[in-house]
Write a protein of this length. Structure first.
Length: 329
């Protein structure tokens, strides 16, 4: 079992396979997009496979593929096939915006992908266009339907934004009535390639919970999976669940079991740090698997105790302003 210097088990890697995206979500990047990494700076599939294999050897059991939008990277399905055959890796999960995902769902089912997180902040097509700056609502809904009909475990990720999707909180919760999905409300973080959109976060985890409780007075707390970032609830009579992720308030750091790799190979031991070392550069400089493993262990031996400490240790400056597409969420 891999542990950090605070004795937290670490068994979960989030791998952002690209910083490219086909949407321009308001809370993630500016309308004109972000300056993408030159292709040569991105990890190749071979490099990612090798790094993940080393990390699985150290104790990583669960992998999430994220981005940018993972499914716009060419040959992504072949890469997922390779990953699904990796000895020792127990679970593969994917986070996607769902725009080009629907036709791939049968193949994802065949590969045994454990679950998909689908990002969907509103059920209103016009508001979807306003938030994502693209007119792709119906394609995302097709993915949602395909995931349900193929029986792939699905969570909906909705970032709550003051003055944008306030009126979607309850309709999104109602998706859980008919469908066995987890709807998770996420506090907006300032990772948008610019400045924070708020002085004080309006949709805090507390306000989200109060709003749900006011509307569903019988809302039941249910047990949270180990190392879960969400506080989970059930509305009696509903097939699915709702969850709240206090991503900005950072209430879950004490059980954090995850590390991250950005598309250019920066390892992050916390969402709020700005990268602790670049494993791709090490690999390209000729490091052996053993040396790569040692570098990972060293980083985990110096891990910040929580997101506030990680933020205060940032070397390349405050405030946090990079786009989430360069991190993977
Ligand atoms: N493109 C894919 C997608 O949107 O699902 C995967 C990458 S995206 C960066 C991963 C997750 O981060 C999404 O669920 C998205 O809603 C969330 N996210 C992006 N920017 C965020 C922000 N500023 N605050 C909170 N969550 C954010
Ligand atoms: Fe793209 Fe996902 Fe960021 Fe939206 S949240 S711009 S879909 S990376």
């Amino acid at each position: 079992m891999l542990r950090d210097n605070h004795h937290r088990p670490v068994n979960y890697l989030r791998l952002a396979v690209t910083d490219r995206c086909n949407l321009r979500c308001f809370y993630c990047m500016p309308e004109e997009g972000i300056e993408y990494m030159p292709k040569a700076e991105l990890m190749s599939y071979e490099e990612m496979l090798r790094i993940v294999r080393v990390m699985v050897g150290l104790g990583i059991q669960k992998l999430r593929i994220t981005g940018g939008e993972p499914f716009i990277r060419r040959d992504m399905m072949d890469f997922l096939g390779e990953m699904s055959r990796l000895d020792g890796l127990q679970e593969i999960h994917i986070t996607t915006n769902g725009v080009v995902t629907a036709p791939l769902v049968p193949a994802l089912k065949k590969l045994g992908i454990c679950s998909i997180n689908l990002s969907l902040d509103t059920l209103n097509p016009q508001l979807f266009h306003e938030i994502t700056r693209r007119d792709d609502f119906h394609k995302v809904m097709k993915t949602f339907e395909a995931l349900l009909s193929h029986g792939i475990s699905t969570k909906i990720n909705a970032v709550m934004m003051e003055g944008k999707n306030d009126h979607d909180l309850l309709p999104l919760a109602m998706l859980t009535k008919e469908h066995p999905v987890g709807v998770r409300y996420i506090e907006e973080m300032p990772f948008n390639g610019g400045e924070a959109h708020y002085d004080k976060l309006w949709w805090s985890h507390r306000r989200i919970l109060e709003t749900l409780q006011n509307h569903f007075p019988d809302l039941e707390k249910i047990p949270d999976p180990p190392s879960s970032t969400s506080y989970n609830y059930r509305i009696p009579g509903h097939r699915g669940t709702v969850g709240i992720i206090a991503a900005y308030s950072r209430t879950f750091c004490g059980t954090c079991n995850r590390i991250r790799l950005t598309p250019q190979g920066l390892m992050k031991t916390c969402l709020y740090d700005d990268g602790v070392f670049n494993i791709k550069n090490l690999l390209r400089a000729g490091a052996t698997d053993e040396q790569l493993g040692h570098a990972v262990l060293d980083a985990l031996g110096n891990r910040a105790k929580d997101g506030f400490e990680a933020e205060s240790r940032r070397r390349f400056g405050l405030p946090v302003s990079e786009s989430m597409a360069t991190i993977g969420g």
